[in-house]
Structures are given as C-alpha cells and as structure tokens.
Design a protein around this ligand. Structure first.
Ligand code: HEC
Length: 133
C-alpha cells in the first residue's frame, strides 16, 4: 500500500514536470512569435534594388553606357536630355514608366519607387558624363 502510493506520487511528479516543461517551451514559442511580429518590417524585408541594378536589368540593353543602340541621337547623355527638355529626374522617371516614342514603358517592372530610383541614378550619371561606376 505504502509502496503503491509512493510510485503514484512519483508518477504524478513526472507528469507535472512534463507539463511544466511543455509549458515552458510553449511560452518560448510565444516569445519567438512575438519577436517576429514586433520586429520592424524593414529589418526582414528584402532590400530595394538600387537605381544602378534597375538600370542594368531594364534599360542597359538599349541604353548601354547611357547611349541608345536604336536611335542614336536619343541617348541619356546630358546634351540629348537637355535638347529634349528631359534634363531632370522627374521627366526621366515619367519616360521610364510610360515610355516615349518607339520606347515602351517599364512601369510594371519598375514600380513607382523603381522609376524614381532609376531616374535619379540616370540623372546623376548624365551630370557626370556617364563616367561613374
Ligand atoms: C528596347 C530598347 C529600350 C529599352 C530597354 C529602354 N529604352 Fe529608353 N529609349 C529607347 C528608344 C528607341 C528611345 C527613343 C524613343 C523615341 O524618341 O522614339 C528611348 C528614349 C529614352 C529616353 C529619352 C532620351 C532622349 O534623349 O530623348 C529616356 C529618358 C529613356 N529612353 C529612358 C529609359 C529608361 C529609364 C529605361 C529603363 C527603364 C529605358 N529607357 C529602356 C529604347 C529603349
């Protein structure tokens, strides 16, 4: 009789330990989930592509080194941009999105921010005669 009680107690303490252990790992999980939710999105998100990367992926095929392989005098060089009143990042971003003449727009590949980023990078390059890395 005595013996049975003791083994029962032993058993009970084992269960309570097990429960406690599980509760701890459960709480641990909750803490982890909370951390993931609280962490600012900016830390988890994939970094936005730079203007240079966007240019290489979407524009360089025709505008290699700021030139134009299809229409020679419609380059991204300062003189051509000035001549056509496109000498600011806003005008370049609009063309990147909507296209111009025979060039189609690239809005679906660039998005609003991408057009702005690539235009700023192009404008920067144009002002430096396309000599920057
Ligand atoms: C498939 C070839 C092609 C691609 C790719 C391309 N363009 Fe063009 N781009 C052209 C052509 C052709 C013109 C001249 C269009 C015209 O005036 O008829 C042009 C003109 C321009 C002009 C006006 C330049 C000037 O001197 O008049 C800008 C700015 C421009 N493109 C920016 C971009 C940007 C930014 C991208 C990438 C998002 C891009 N282009 C991708 C072919 C292309």
């Amino acid at each position: 009789m005595k013996n049975t009680r003791r083994s029962c107690l032993k058993h009970f303490s084992f269960i309570s330990l097990f429960l406690k252990h599980n509760l701890l790992s459960f709480l641990g999980c909750l803490v982890l989930i909370a951390i993931v939710f609280v962490t600012p999105n900016s830390l988890l998100a994939v970094p936005a592509k730079s203007g240079q990367v966007l240019f290489n992926e979407n524009c360089a095929g025709c505008h290699i080194n700021g030139g134009n392989i299809i229409r020679r005098n419609r380059t991204l060089k300062l003189s051509d941009l000035k001549r056509r009143g496109l000498d600011n990042p806003e005008a370049i971003a609009r063309i990147a999105k909507e296209g111009i003449g025979t060039m189609s727009g690239y809005e679906e590949y660039l998005g609003e921010d991408g057009a702005k980023l690539v235009a700023e990078w192009i404008w920067n390059q144009a002002q430096n005669a396309w000599t920057q890395g």
